[in-house]
Design a protein around this ligand. Structure first.
Ligand SMILES: [Zn+2]
Length: 174
């Protein structure tokens, strides 16, 4: 199963139509931050393994409802990465029915601009100042002083983050 094969994409869209969920997620301690949760949850392991092999990421489970011991075990694939959700969403979107397509669009339109085009995780220091604190944190995790670019990047990230929070507060108080 590959994301390049039209038949496979149609198969994935069909699976998503029946079993998929995508929702915005606001962490309770940072309610102004909009994360994404794209989840496929099933009692059948085989299709979910094929889905995970196609898009990447692990299958987790089995999960069992402790209060519903007669319910079958279920398995779960999940991503919390906007870029992943968008990539998969755009590929399966043409094959979804209207309700599912709207659900997908309503969530993907909330993709935060500050995360757009940003690599999911930096493994080297950025070559220019970008709104990101991951390089800065990586230095500290290695117990070294952050380099100038990583410090400036974190300052820019803080400014972006504070500006967003102010605008959210302004919205909610109006
Ligand atoms: Zn650095």
């Amino acid at each position: 199963m590959t994301p390049e094969d039209l038949g496979d994409i149609k198969w994935a869209a069909g699976l998503w139509e029946g079993e998929g969920t995508i929702v915005p997620y606001h962490p309770p301690k940072r309610p102004h931050v909009c994360e994404v949760r794209m989840i496929l949850d099933m009692t059948d392991k085989e299709p979910i393994e094929a889905w995970a092999q196609m898009w990447g990421g692990p299958v987790r489970g089995p999960y069992r409802r402790l209060d519903k011991t007669k319910w079958a075990d279920h398995w779960r694939w999940q991503t919390g990465r906007w870029s992943e959700a968008e990539r998969i969403g755009f590929l399966i979107r043409p094959f979804l029915y209207a309700r599912r397509r709207k659900q997908l669009d309503d969530v993907l339109v909330q993709f935060p601009d500050r995360l757009r085009g940003k690599p999911p995780r930096l493994t080297t220091c950025p070559t220019e100042v970008i709104p990101s604190q991951s390089g800065y944190m990586r230095h500290w995790n290695r117990k070294e002083k952050p380099c100038d670019i990583c410090q400036a990047s974190r300052r820019l990230w803080m400014q972006t983050y504070r500006a967003k929070r102010r605008s959210v507060q302004a919205d909610s108080s109006s």
